[in-house]
Design a binder for this molecule. Sequence first.
Ligand code: GLY
Ligand code: MN
Ligand code: MN
Length: 444
Amino acid sequence: MIHIPKSEYGRRRKALMAQMEPNSIAILPAAAVAIRNRDVEHVYRQDSDFQYLSGFPEPQAVIVLMPGREHGEYLLFCRERNAERELWDGLRAGQEGAIRDYGADDAFPITDIDDILPGLIEGRDRVYSAMGSNPEFDRHLMDWINVIRSKAHLGAQPPNEFVALDHLLHDMRLYKSAAEVKVMREAARISAQAHIRAMQASRAGLYEFSLEAELDYEFRKGGAKMPAYGSIVAAGRNSCILHYQQNDALLKDGDLVLIDAGCEIDCYASDITRTWPVNGKFSAEQKAIYELVLASQEAAFAEIAPNNHWNQAHEATVQVITAGLVQLGLLQGDVDELIASEAYKAFYMHRAGHWLGMDVHDVGEYKVGGEWRVLEVGMALTVEPGIYIAANNQTVAKKWRGIGVRIEDDVVVTKTGCEILTHGVPKTVAEIEALMAAARAQAA
Ligand code: GLY
Ligand code: MN
Ligand code: MN
């Protein structure tokens, strides 16, 4: 299995600690277990920041980073070994495992945190934490601070600054290392395989969930624990619902199906959208819209390179899509004016992409000092233009209604432009029709 090597977690902790102010402490909790219903839990997914700094996969754990501390800078609070609980729920690293396998300098039982952590915080000037994102943890933190305050008469010194960890950490996460790109390539490869399998299986008379099952099969077979987000399998008019998740409608002859799905490998997401005809053959109108979206995506790729700014790719898609909609008669008027008035948003209402990484909509600022961020080597993003003509849109000729097309790929900025991680899925009309025809011939 391709994964982030253990040594990388240590490098990340060091890099973060090097940026922290002197005499400070950073505290991060693991994700809580989420109850699905009564005794049933959701599949556990570690918090991305916690995972980024530790690779530690268990709940009920807290990372403490204390740059410059003589007796160890990286402390981990985690569950103790427990033969009975492990019999029911699976193995735990315990404190020994936290040190041996996860590089902690020292480890303590999570049940001792209230006794130990105030003493670690005391005397540090600044506390870095993800303030505001986890109210329960924020309350604990204040409790620990109050323990120190209550001992002020004994000379205890509470910290006097609380700093949001997000800025430092999320900026680090924005730049992907070689190891991260390798994992993202693997997630992209498996997801590409999943889209191909769904294309091959596509037939009128199946349901949207029939194709979702094909995706899930490839994800799990490839070693992914779960999709990176709820898969969107949207046929016919559902393709115009941007975050459609019902996935239970019939696939009909003559309709398109839009699939937006990607798996997660070692907590790194992939995010692919392809749109194809259920019956394997694009109609004239479907093809016209599809090729327009594809042309806009090609124009966006050309804008992704170091020193170009974040919004250039989006602007390129808007330009191509607006001009194309005018040519097809779906918009009337001057292209520049239609862009200025945002008339294109009736058909293309979302942005051309987002940062991609451990979170599918990954962390990192899009603007710096009020200006669009300039792209740099190692940044990963999606490129996902689309055109959606709602089934009830009375302003366009009937033949266009109910067509929704999005094409989405994942890229990493390189020295000379960008690497397309998700190149493995057919994309041109000819490629898609050929793949689907071959699958039908084989099945016949
Ligand atoms: N799958 C969510 C997105 O494309 O942003
Ligand atoms: Mn997507
Ligand atoms: Mn996306």
